[in-house]
Design a protein around this ligand. Structure first.
Ligand SMILES: [Zn+2]
Length: 432
């Protein structure tokens, strides 16, 4: 069960509570629903100053398609809330490609002279392509949203894939005896990436791989990471006490000496995210991917984005995940199209310019609940609404789109905010 966020009568953060308690508060009239996603209630007769507030930490595992989010109480490392933000990188790329094609088409048409406008624009410092920018903005949005309804004092994020600094440290010795330690993990993950997850000698991918010294340890006493590769057991034993060149693979020696740069995975987006989070004024703890995996496997947790987020960094070494906790699936949908009207395939306007006025108080994208008492569509529908001027709406529920629901039967659950939500198990949080 996800915790329910609680704010006081002045909209200041209180400690989150168990859903059962929230239900009681709502039923007794001491609280009202403030926000559906993340589910937040507002207490009518409580102020923050008279309450005990605990410190919380928001932990992030930024990936290209999905970002895992976990909210952890600092005192006991209990995960209180989890989410997975699905980004819309490809949708943005597609929209921009289509726009570019339409504009190009219009310019190339022999109507009147239309100068290209793309070379008189200047990009601001720190500009990122829109698809990457949206990933950052989504993450920032959710950190801010959480910080508004719970007292967040610390942030954690996975910054790099490998802690190369720890690996280049010459003090690390006897890597193969340290399997199960953090260093062993970092090194092993690094080697898997560098050598393409296969045996460096025979190319086998389906066998367990062992860490192997290119110049044998018995003769060269070289334990540096640049002297390590991965080999299957057969190749490792066949090679025995020979160097890779003596074994007939001189190319491996060349490849091994290449610097760490290729696999250092210095990801622009993550560094930029780190900068933006630091700007929020909270201490940001950074961890490596190797450490996340190490923490997750040590605690026997399955691989999901939100559990990875909970395992990020030093604070993720001993977390408590309550049974039945599942993540809120948050899908970035954007705020509709900025196109004034739709085009036909020749680039000519196909519809009238779209209006942004609400229809009977509803806007396309709002989350609504419709209770239809009788008729063909009798039933209860919860989902995103698409409005029509006639007042006959379409509602997209988790099981499909229902057409022709009158506005009279609808009431708003939450205004459109650029995301759609799905909670596994329960379809929606309780609503009064
Ligand atoms: Zn092999």
């Amino acid at each position: 069960m996800q915790c329910v966020f609680v704010i006081d009568q002045n909209k200041n953060q209180l400690d989150p509570c168990h859903p059962a308690r929230a239900r009681k508060l709502l039923a007794s009239g001491h609280a009202a629903v403030f926000r559906c996603f993340p589910f937040t209630i507002i207490l009518k007769d409580r102020v923050q100053e008279k309450s005990v507030i605990h410190a919380h930490r928001v932990k992030l595992d930024p990936r290209s398609k999905t970002t895992g989010v976990a909210l952890v109480r600092v005192d006991d490392n209990k995960v209180l809330w989890a989410g997975e933000i699905e980004h819309r990188g490809q949708a943005i790329v597609d929209a921009l490609t289509s726009r570019r094609a339409l504009r190009h088409n219009r310019r190339a048409r022999h109507t009147r002279y239309r100068p290209a406008r793309f070379d008189n624009r200047r990009r601001r410092d720190g500009w990122l392509p829109p698809s990457l920018e949206s990933r950052l903005s989504n993450t920032q949005t959710w950190v801010n949203r959480l910080a508004r309804c719970v007292s967040v004092y610390y942030l954690s994020m996975e910054l790099v894939k490998f802690d190369t600094q720890a690996m280049e440290n010459p003090e690390i010795s006897g890597v193969e005896y340290q399997q199960g330690t953090l260093y062993g993990y970092e090194v092993r993950e690094y080697l898997l990436e560098k050598w393409g997850r296969k045996c460096a000698y025979c190319g086998a991918t389906d066998k367990p791989l062992e860490i192997e010294h290119i110049n044998p340890r018995s003769r060269f006493h070289d334990n540096r990471v640049s002297n390590l590769t991965l080999a299957c057991r057969d190749c490792n034993q066949k090679k025995g006490n020979r160097t890779a060149a003596e074994f007939g693979h001189p190319e491996i020696q060349t490849k091994a000496s290449l610097p760490l740069k290729d696999a250092a995975a210095v990801n622009t987006t993550r560094w930029e995210l780190n900068e933006r989070l630091s700007a929020l004024g909270m201490p940001v703890e950074c961890g490596s991917g190797g450490r996340t995996k190490f923490n997750r496997i040590n605690q026997n947790l399955p691989k999901t984005h939100w559990l990875d987020a909970a395992c990020v960094g030093e604070s993720g070494s001993n977390i408590f995940v309550p049974a039945g906790l599942d993540a809120l699936h948050i899908k970035a949908t954007g705020h509709g199209s900025r196109q004034m009207c739709r085009m036909d395939k020749y680039g000519f306007p196909r519809t009238t310019a779209k209006t942004t006025n609400p229809v009977f108080g509803f806007r396309t994208g709002d989350m609504v609940k419709a209770i239809v008492p009788a008729g063909k569509y009798a039933g209860v529908y919860t989902g995103k609404v698409a409005v029509r001027a006639s007042g006959s709406f379409n509602i997209t529920t988790s099981s499909g789109t229902v057409q022709g629901i009158s506005y009279k039967y609808c009431f708003t659950l939450s205004l459109r905010d650029g995301y759609s939500y799905q909670q596994k198990g329960a379809a929606l949080p309780p609503h009064n």
